[in-house]
Design a protein around this ligand. Structure first.
Ligand SMILES: Cc1ncc(C[n+]2csc(CCOP(=O)(O)OP(=O)(O)O)c2C)c(N)n1
Ligand SMILES: [Mg+2]
Length: 671
């Protein structure tokens, strides 16, 4: 639609959409940075979506049964900030919009979860939002099956750009959504034909509509500036039983001299350009000035869902028995009160039985206790269920025909799985965990980083955690991954030594409300090394004295996971030689770092020599080997310095010198 025709045919719509456009121009100009073109191009779609379809109540932006709106093309953040401000969402004041991209404002360069209510997820890394949205839609389907449609019944809407659809993760997300027939997922593709380097055609000739259709989606194509066409397309998308993609032909930077060029992608700050664009819009108001009647029209839209929300509140209040408190507990992320006792009893039994199992098996055993109690868990694996041991006995698969199922077959889609789990966690009411091999953290990592940045308590069950996996060889043997994960802020990295520590790690991971966790778990069987004190969760301290020196203490061995039993062997040999040796198990460095100095000093006093043992690279260990009262010439490391190899695990440990003997030799050399 030409601008003049649009203005004449839909004057009210035009004014509302222009409010988004000029706020974007003004905020980007004030910040002297940002992205003007996308909000200017998608303002019509957003105006129709918010104006006529999105179920929300601006005054209560965290109402659990609201429709979710995900701005996958996160660089267009001013679209979202404008919408929140115009509809009168409580966090988003005009001051915040004026402080776009400034330190301390909630209007960050890209939308950040937690800055303002109404920002459903952090986007900016292209493709993440559309992949999160699959998790949002799965959560909705599952919770609707669980609680009934009087409590849960909403849509997930997404705006994705060319960049989102070029990113590989979009394919994983689209395929998963198609397979699961997520009919309440509706994606608007901002089909503007432009990315940063120029026209999309210089790098891509994909038939996007064909691609979505091939994955089982309902597909439409419309003029993304025509309000009637947008409205009709949304109606049809809602009516179809498949997830829907609406290709919206738009003009990036609509109405500006930069329209339809990649110049419009970024910051349009030139004063003359902005003035000319305002003139094209027929917008005669000053910077950040929204006339009262246009603001009022938007506020009316913001209040449109108030009655629906109030009705929902009364339906929640009218629930029978414990249903209301159960629903609210699951929403809050609080664990059922009975879990801690059940896990403590379970650990006491393990200490009595001393099973020798792989920690991946230990994880399954812990989940067999957890899943019947914490019924909001949603498990899954990226096609490695039998290896990750993520599916417990009472779980059934979540499918199009079984929405009550709590186990997701993510397929061979680690990145899509991690992104979907972020969406599940962000939706609320469910607790997602999912597995793959630790080495394939690399394939999931962009979303894992966002779990940490957003502070969502996803649990990553990463098995086959070292050369100890053996014959699959160096392609599958993680070496640097634990270090990389430990380097990630706000992430708990557990490498439990045995069945007891694994159960403890699970308890801590589930207690988190603002931090994701990684469980690095062994393929190979490991003896139970914790032989006393099952009731206190010692993993919660991050590191603790597992075995005290008997002879006068001269050495401290620190180890994690499968290497803890090696450390105990080395201790026996050293004690036999008259060298008193303490073994410290270090299941979680982050939690140990958080302990008070007095506790850390008790565990790591300033005497004797220290050797750490971990079948990975040394990076990350030096704090404990060189700092914390240690001396550089009195510390050493037993681990990996390069990639692994393909051979039976025991031979690999010998080959790479990760043995009790090598540990003893290093201690003796230091003494
Ligand atoms: C994973 C990732 N890679 C690169 C970027 C940098 N980047 C931001 S926007 C963009 C181009 C996106 O094009 P499109 O989605 O078509 O947005 P439009 O130009 O239409 O606004 C790029 C490469 C990013 N944000 N995320
Ligand atoms: Mg584009």
């Amino acid at each position: 639609m030409e601008i003049n025709a649009l203005r004449e045919a839909h004057p009210d719509h035009w004014q509302k959409a222009c409010a988004i456009r000029v706020l974007t121009l003004d905020a980007v100009a004030a910040a002297n940075s940002g992205h003007s073109g996308m909000p200017m191009g998608m303002a019509d779609v957003a105006t129709v979506l918010f104006g006529k379809h999105l179920k929300f109540d601006a005054a209560n932006p965290d109402w659990p049964d609201r429709d979710r709106f995900v701005l996958s093309a996160g660089h267009g953040s001013m679209l979202l900030y404008s919408l929140l401000y115009l509809t009168d969402s409580p966090d988003m004041t005009l001051e915040q919009v004026k402080n776009f991209r400034q330190l301390g404002s909630i209007t960050a360069g890209h939308p950040e979860y937690g800055h303002a209510k109404g920002i459903e997820t952090t986007t900016g890394p292209l493709g993440q939002g559309i992949a999160n949205s699959v998790g949002f839609a799965i959560a909705e389907e599952h919770l609707r099956a669980t609680w009934g449609d009087d409590l849960v019944n909403h849509y997930t809407y997404v705006i994705a750009g060319d960049g989102c659809l070029m990113e590989g993760v979009s394919q994983e997300a689209i395929a998963l959504a198609g397979q699961q027939q997520l009919s309440k997922l509706i994606v608007f593709w901002d089909d503007n034909g432009i990315t940063i380097d120029g026209p999309v055609g210089i790098a891509d000739r994909t038939d996007q509509q064909g691609r979505f259709a091939a994955c089982g989606w309902h597909v439409q194509s419309i003029d993304g500036h025509d309000p009637d066409a947008i409205d009709r397309a949304i109606e049809q998308a809602k009516a179809d039983g498949r997830p829907s993609m609406i290709a919206c032909k738009t003009h990036i930077g609509l109405g500006s001299p930069a329209q339809d060029t990649s110049k419009a992608h970024g910051a349009l700050t030139d004063a003359q350009l902005i003035a000319d664009t305002r003139a094209v819009y027929g917008w005669e108001h000053g910077p950040f000035e929204i006339p009262g009647e246009i603001k009022a029209a938007w506020e009316e839209i913001g209040a449109r869902g108030a009655a629906a929300r109030a009705d929902w509140e009364s339906r929640l209040a009218a629930q029978e028995g414990d249903r209301r408190s159960d629903f609210e507990r699951a929403q809050s992320g609080k664990l059922p009160g009975t879990l801690a006792g059940a896990l403590a009893d379970y650990r006491a039994k393990l200490i009595a039985d001393k099973p020798k199992v792989a920690t991946r098996k230990a994880s399954e055993m812990a989940l067999e206790i957890i899943n019947p109690i914490v019924t909001e868990t949603i498990g899954g694996s990226a096609d490695l269920t039998g290896s990750n041991n993520t599916r417990t006995s009472e779980m059934s698969d979540f499918t199009a025909n079984n929405r009550a199922g709590r186990y997701i077959r993510y397929g061979v889609r680690e990145h899509g799985m991690a992104a979907a789990m972020n969406g599940l966690a962000l939706h609320g009411g469910v607790r997602p965990y999912g597995g793959t091999f630790l080495c394939f953290t690399d394939y999931a990592r962009p979303s894992m980083r966002l779990s940490a940045l957003m502070g969502v308590p996803v649990v990553y069950v990463m098995t086959h955690d070292s050369i100890g996996l053996g014959e699959d060889g160096p392609t599958h043997q993680p070496v640097e991954h634990v270090a990389m994960l430990r380097a990630t802020p706000n992430m708990l990295v557990f490498r439990p030594a045995d069945v007891v520590e694994t159960a403890e790690a699970w308890e801590i991971a589930l207690e988190q409300t603002g931090t994701p966790s990684v469980l690095a778990l062994s393929r190979q069987n490991l003896p139970t090394v914790r032989t006393d004190n099952g009731r206190e969760n010692l993993t919660a301290k991050g590191a603790y004295i597992l075995a005290e020196a008997e002879a006068k203490r001269q050495a401290i061995l620190l180890a994690t996971g499968s290497e803890v039993s090696l450390a105990l062997e080395a201790r026996d040999m050293l004690e036999a030689a008259g060298i008193g040796t303490r073994v410290v198990s270090v299941p979680c460095m982050e939690l140990f770092e958080a302990q008070p100095e007095a506790y850390r000093k008790k565990v790591l006093p300033n005497s004797g020599v220290r050797v750490a043992i971990e079948a990975g690279v040394r990076q990350g260990w030096d704090r404990w080997l060189l700092g914390e009262r240690a001396r550089a010439n009195k510390a050493d490391f037993v681990g990996m310095t390069g990639f692994g190899a393909s051979a039976p695990a025991e031979e690999l440990y010998e080959h790479f010198g990760i043995t009790a003997e090598a540990t003893v030799a290093k201690v003796k050399a230091l003494l």
